[in-house]
Design a protein around this ligand. Structure first.
Ligand code: SAM
Ligand code: SF4
Length: 450
């Protein structure tokens, strides 16, 4: 009998891709994916620990699962990903109802571990991390049985091109939870995208913590390949209509990569370039290895190559020692660059990272105040940026359809809602006229264009 697995993914797109891999492995071990946690035979929480809040969410879900497991003792619970890697054995002391703790480099062996915990009450902890770790050449299966019922899934997918990070930004837990940076072989990445396209996928996002250092440390005996070279190789795959990537570190953003926005037609005009702070003093303590002058120079180069680019960023407010003047510099940067959008966070101490020991911790109250000021202004700027699209024609890829409406996404990564019927299907491209702008999305119409 086919067993049911419920997978809950927290955090970043890499975790989403890892969840797909786990689902695929389980499909060869007698499991099909289910959307009902309470009746599942196996529950996997694929976790994130980037900020304290992310970890708290995982812990509260594990609390809820404890009660369900009292009613259904046969249910197996697996904690995978970054919380698993960070906590290891300790997690079992806090959460004894967990059956399997699976680290970030161990997910490829999920099948073996699931067999090991089946039929026993003895928990297993698999969180070994090795400098010699290589990312297996893992190809996506033809997902029929286990495919989640999501239209998006059929035409756009994430492809992980590297794991880990060597940058050691002083606030960040990623190098500890995801290990040292390692890139996949270019031929494996190309093969994976080719297979996805053959299954009907039209848009692919290449994922890495710092894609610009792709190829510096390659799997085994792979041939040398830089990130811009990889982009060119992937873009040549026939049938692929849109290509995106994330994330790029400002210190490594090369002219070659910027040039790809001019040379590769299917590369979407969207760029995520996390700056973190507008103050050079804070950036130095963050161990970011660039100044605001460097950052602005790169931004200018990007816009001169691709004027229609939509630029987004990440900001941390309330980093230890951040003064009112430092924060004012972040606000000043926002005015100068006028990011199309941003993800902004209150600084949060993470176990084992260097900034935990820094002086000048900022109170929650001040962090919340600064975050609110930043976000309020960003929303105004996003609205002004979005309003500039009103009256223009933009190509969207349709993402969801309903009886009398549909929504799609522009190359700049803006959602466009259209209140009209369509015969087109998710994944189809269509030009729409933008008629209204909101802070986080646009409205379009096709009607009058025919
Ligand atoms: N690799 C990317 C980079 O270099 O920017 C992003 C990594 S991280 C998954 C995503 C974002 O989380 C970071 O850009 C940063 O803004 C935020 N972040 C990381 N650690 C944090 C912390 N301790 N407190 C608050 N925000 C944090
Ligand atoms: Fe974390 Fe910095 Fe690496 Fe990004 S580059 S994952 S912020 S250590």
């Amino acid at each position: 009998m086919v067993k049911k697995v419920f997978i809950k993914t927290f955090g970043c797109q890499m975790n989403e891709r890892d969840s797909e891999i786990m689902s695929q492995i389980l499909s060869t071990h007698g499991y099909a994916e289910s959307h009902d946690m309470e009746s599942a035979d196996l529950v996997i929480l694929n976790t994130c620990t980037i900020r304290a809040k992310a970890e708290q969410k995982v812990m509260s879900m594990l609390g809820a699962l404890r009660k369900i497991k009292v009613q259904r003792p046969g249910m197996k619970i697996c904690v995978a990903g970054c919380v698993a890697q960070q906590e290891g054995d300790h997690l079992l002391q806090r959460m004894p109802h967990v059956d399997l703790v699976l680290g970030t480099q161990n997910i490829y062996d999920l099948g073996t571990y699931i067999d090991r915990v089946a039929g026993t009450d003895r928990p297993v902890v698999a969180t070994t991390m090795s400098k010699a770790f290589r990312i297996p050449a893992f190809l996506p299966a033809d997902r029929k049985n286990s495919e989640p019922a999501d239209e998006l899934y059929s035409f756009k997918r994430f492809v992980t091109i590297m794991q880990g990070c060597d940058n050691y930004c002083s606030y960040c837990v990623v190098p500890y939870t995801r290990g040292r940076e390692i890139s996949r072989r270019a031929q494996d990445v190309v093969e994976e995208v080719r297979k996805l396209v053959a299954q009907g996928v039209r848009e692919v996002t290449l994922l890495g913590q710092n894609v610009n250092s792709y190829g510096r440390k390659l799997n085994g005996t792979a041939l040398p390949c830089t990130f811009p070279e990889l982009l060119h190789q992937v873009a040549e795959i026939r049938g692929l209509q849109r290509l995106r990537f994330t994330t790029s570190h400002p210190k490594d953003l090369s002219d070659e990569l910027i040039g790809c926005f001019r040379d590769i037609a299917i590369l979407c005009p969207q760029f995520h370039l996390p700056v973190q702070s507008g103050s050079d003093a804070v950036l130095k303590r963050m161990n970011r290895h660039y100044t605001i002058a460097n950052y602005l120079e790169r931004v200018e180069a990007l816009f001169s190559c691709r004027p229609d680019l939509a630029l987004t960023t990440d900001i941390i407010v309330g980093f230890p020692g951040e003064t009112d003047d430092d924060f004012a510099l972040t606000m000043d940067l926002l005015e100068r660059v006028r990011f199309h959008g941003s993800f902004s966070f209150k600084y949060s101490d993470r176990p084992g990272v260097r900034s935990c020991d820094f002086d000048g911790k900022i109170s929650e109250e001040v962090k919340s105040e600064r975050l609110a000021i930043f976000q309020r202004r960003q929303d105004e700027i996003s609205l002004a940026r979005n309003s500039a699209y009103v009256g223009s024609l933009l190509e969207i890829m349709i993402e969801r359809t309903s009886e009398n409406a549909f929504q799609g996404r522009t190359g700049t990564n803006h959602i466009v809602h259209v209140d009209e019927k369509t015969d087109l299907a998710p994944g189809d491209l269509l030009e729409v006229e933008i008629v209204h702008a909101g802070q986080h999305s646009l409205k379009g119409k096709v009607d009058s264009m025919h």
